[in-house]
Ligand binder design. Structure first.
Ligand code: UT7
Length: 335
């Protein structure tokens, strides 16, 4: 990497809505059970945004916490990316709302939609942008209000998702940082997980709303099969790009969609489960927020230390996938 800057995570932050909805709460209004949800997914509860709370609100909270943690002020940020598939509005980008609220006046700001893989994508794009030296500090945020995308009568989908935001601040470091990323997409699977109406091909009308075409439709079994396969593959490819193997992993921070998917991936990578970070029991699947929220909680729980090799991997609608290999850098090691 001669001549190119190493780019590391200088700080992390997250924010979740206050409202906790447990499986037992869902049991009361849906033909489901805590036992089914827990045994099939590992999820016990999720956070649901208040009516007046949107993606940008959660993103702003997570971003402020990450800036604080990194000891970086908003006006030092050159690039701000919000990974989301639940933007406040179709236009303008949620990132500009966040930018204005933070006072990140120097930052270029845009949204990135790679669904649940959004954070993995955004981390790589921001790293590449900083590596060349054109930008010095980036805020990468994953934020979602997935609860607004689900049909609350569709038990096969609504029990899985929750709302949250997580953020990281990136900057140049002496060594280590984001070592490699591996991203992929296969649009042939676009109809396995999608929201039919509400874009400009099929704008919402009373008829689309009546038919719940504004809500997510998912082929759970196919997505499950895809996820199990792609997670292991993406991790191995990302690791091999920087000369590492699964044995080098200190902590695995996968997309928090389903405990069974994560167990399969860990098995495939021959990773002992004490090297896997799990918080999906508390939050369910928070799409692009899931990995940065998990990273932040792992840091706060003392599960990540300077020098650790932390590997993240996401998968989701698109189909898309992405893995990042990060050599964790010590606090205050930005150059
Ligand atoms: O970020 C990517 C997002 N997507 C995913 O990660 C989804 C990946 N897929 C999955 O996690 C799993 O496929 C699910 C958790 C969605 C479903 O688990 P499964 O073991 O594949 O269940 P299934 O879809 O095969 O359904 C089994 C049964 C069905 O009943 P019958 O047909 O066997 O009588 C469903 O109707 O479970 C029923 N079922 C439920 N029962 C109680 C589906 N949802 C529920 C529910 N409560 N919430």
């Amino acid at each position: 990497m001669t001549g190119l800057t190493s780019v590391g995570i200088l700080g992390t932050g997250s924010q979740v809505p206050d409202n906790v909805v447990t499986n037992f709460d869902l049991e009361k209004r849906l033909d489901t059970s805590d036992e089914w949800i827990r045994s099939r997914t590992g999820i016990v509860a999720r956070r649901i945004a208040a009516d007046n709370e949107a993606t940008s609100d959660l993103a702003i909270g997570a971003a402020r916490a990450a800036l604080d943690d990194a000891n970086v002020s908003a006006d030092e940020v050159d690039l701000l990316i919000v990974a989301t598939c639940t933007p406040d509005r179709l236009m303008p980008a949620t990132a500009v709302i966040v930018q204005a609220a933070l006072g990140a006046t120097k930052a270029a700001a845009f949204d990135l939609n790679a669904a649940c893989s959004g954070f993995a994508y955004a981390l790589d794009i921001a790293t590449q942008a900083l590596r060349g030296g054109a930008y010095r500090r980036a805020l990468v945020i994953g934020a979602e209000v997935m609860s607004r995308t689900v049909n609350w009568n569709d038990r096969a989908v609504c029990v899985l998702f929750g709302d949250a935001a997580g953020a990281v601040v990136l900057g140049p470091v002496e060594k280590g940082g984001v070592l490699s990323s591996y991203l992929g997409a296969d649009g042939a699977g676009a109809n396995l997980l999608y929201i039919p109406a509400g874009g400009y091909r099929e704008p919402n009308t009373p008829a689309t709303l009546e038919a719940n075409r504004n809500c997510m439709i998912m082929n759970g079994r196919e997505v499950y099969r895809f996820a199990v396969q792609v997670m292991g593959e993406a991790v191995i490819k990302a690791l091999s790009q920087c000369g590492l193997t699964p044995d080098n992993i200190s902590l695995f921070v996968p997309h928090q969609a389903n405990i069974r998917i994560i167990e399969s991936a860990a098995k495939r990578l021959a990773l002992p489960f004490d090297k896997v970070f799990i918080n999906l029991d508390k939050y369910g699947n928070t799409s692009a927020a899931s990995i940065p929220l998990a990273l932040d909680e792992a840091v706060r729980a003392g599960r990540i230390h300077a020098g650790d090799i932390v590997v993240t991997v996401g998968f989701g609608a698109g189909l898309t996938w992405g893995a990042n290999v990060i050599e964790w850098t010590a606090k205050g090691s930005s150059v």
